[in-house]
Design a binder for this molecule. Structure first.
Ligand SMILES: O=C(O)CCC(=O)C(=O)O
Length: 394
């Protein structure tokens, strides 16, 4: 039977041997451990070396249990406030839905267990091959939330996470002190319903740049709110970040196991672990036919030199009807970069206000003007409102 004709249960069974074999390979590879610094307070060079070789690292136990609980509650609350059905102005309880006043909806819905981007032209067509879409159970809803966007406006707990000192120190170690933000998105993969993300590489701009290097398209964090398993995890092909642009269509079509790529591994983590993955890594995830949820708070950063004066090659418009960004290639000048980077500065001040005894990260581009970016009504209106219009997509 073709994988596409499988029920959710049959899909889970068909995947089992592959998941077991590849999670053994992941365990053998390592590239994981707590955040460690050297005597000068810089991220330990061993971690950077492993990240450079493998293109990923799993930081264990970064986010403490209380913060994970706070974030889980914020995500659940945000999902409950989603329009129901998706084109409605009210949520499932009849309250005004969240985000009616946002310029871009904070919700992306999909049909359960579907692959919304594979084989389409969306997101610059970077997901060339559709993943298996098993048939959901009869009692599954018509739509599920796949992505939550604009978390720094809608979820104060997520804004504070964005200003986490360890995460920002890691971003600095990889991209330099003037690192620049990309976007944020929370991937929600409910048990038996979460969709897949077809194999892809994120970068879209610098593949032919004569100064190309494995870090030129930056990297993404994923903060895991629940333990992840091989069945619901993000999968990567270690080392693929250094191989240039890959022919994904050929890799899948010449592979006997199709989308079950032979060298891929799952990023298996605990709740509160944080992964970093190069945006050039070949990565994706399968439909979640497992009984376990995954919620991954995802946000990325670039080296400043990859962005300044560059015309974004990645079209992030997902909703063709509202896609104001479609076709309008922005050039990321210093003012655009300042506008989007200000979210980081406000986030770390929001965190400092909530946790005054924690180490506070100093973000070099705002070192002299921190007072202008305190978290409060003014920056909520001027910096956080609709900040995703300034996302930087390369
Ligand atoms: O978490 C996932 O399943 C997909 C994440 C992803 O594709 C990305 O961060 O670019």
């Amino acid at each position: 039977m073709a994988l596409t004709e499988l029920s959710a249960g049959q899909h889970a069974a068909a995947m089992a041997d592959y998941l077991a074999e590849r999670s053994d390979a992941a365990a053998a590879l390592g590239s994981r451990g707590p955040v460690r610094y050297d005597a000068e307070g810089n991220l330990h060079s061993d971690i950077l070396a492993e990240f450079e070789t493998n293109g990923f690292y799993i930081f264990e136990g970064v986010i403490d249990r209380d913060e994970v609980t706070e974030l889980r509650n914020a995500v659940e609350d945000t999902i409950e406030r989603a329009p129901s059905p998706p084109d409605s102005d009210t949520d499932a309880r009849g309250r005004p839905a969240l985000g009616l006043d946002y310029q871009i909806s904070p919700y992306i819905f999909i049909k359960p267990l579907s692959d919304p981007w594979g084989g389409t032209k969306l997101l610059s067509g970077r997901h060339p091959v559709k993943m298996t879409e098993p048939t959901p159970d009869d009692d599954a809803p018509e739509h599920v939330v796949h992505l939550l966007l604009q978390m720094c406006t809608s979820m104060p707990a997520a804004l504070r996470l964005y200003g986490h000192p360890d995460l920002l120190s890691i971003a600095e170690a990889i991209n330099g002190p003037d690192f620049v933000p990309y976007n944020d998105a929370i991937f929600v993969k409910k048990p038996g319903m979460g969709g897949s993300v077809a194999w892809h590489q994120d970068g879209a701009t610098h593949w032919d740049n004569p100064r190309w290097h494995p870090g030129i398209h930056g990297f993404n964090f994923q903060v895991q709110l629940y333990s992840t398993t091989p069945a619901n995890a993000l999968w990567i092909v270690p080392g693929s970040h250094a191989e240039g642009r890959l022919d994904i269509r050929a890799l899948v079509s010449t592979n006997e196991g199709g989308e079950r790529l032979p060298d891929a591994i799952p990023l298996v983590t605990g709740a509160g672990d944080v992964t970093i993955v190069s945006r050039q890594m070949l990565h994706g995830s399968f439909a979640n036919t497992s009984p376990d949820p995954r919620v991954s708070i995802t946000f990325g950063f670039y080296p400043h030199s990859s962005v300044l004066g560059v015309s974004g090659g990645l079209n992030t418009a997902l909703d063709e009807k509202k896609g104001s960004k479609k076709g309008s290639k922005k050039v990321y000048d210093a003012e655009h970069i300042r506008r989007r980077s200000a979210v980081v500065q406000v986030a770390l001040d929001a965190r400092h206000q909530a946790r005054p005894d924690e180490r506070r990260y100093r973000y070099a581009p705002f070192a002299e003007i921190e007072d202008e970016y305190r978290y409060g009504p003014e920056t909520i209106a001027n910096v956080l409102s609709d900040y995703t219009l300034y996302d930087i997509a390369i």
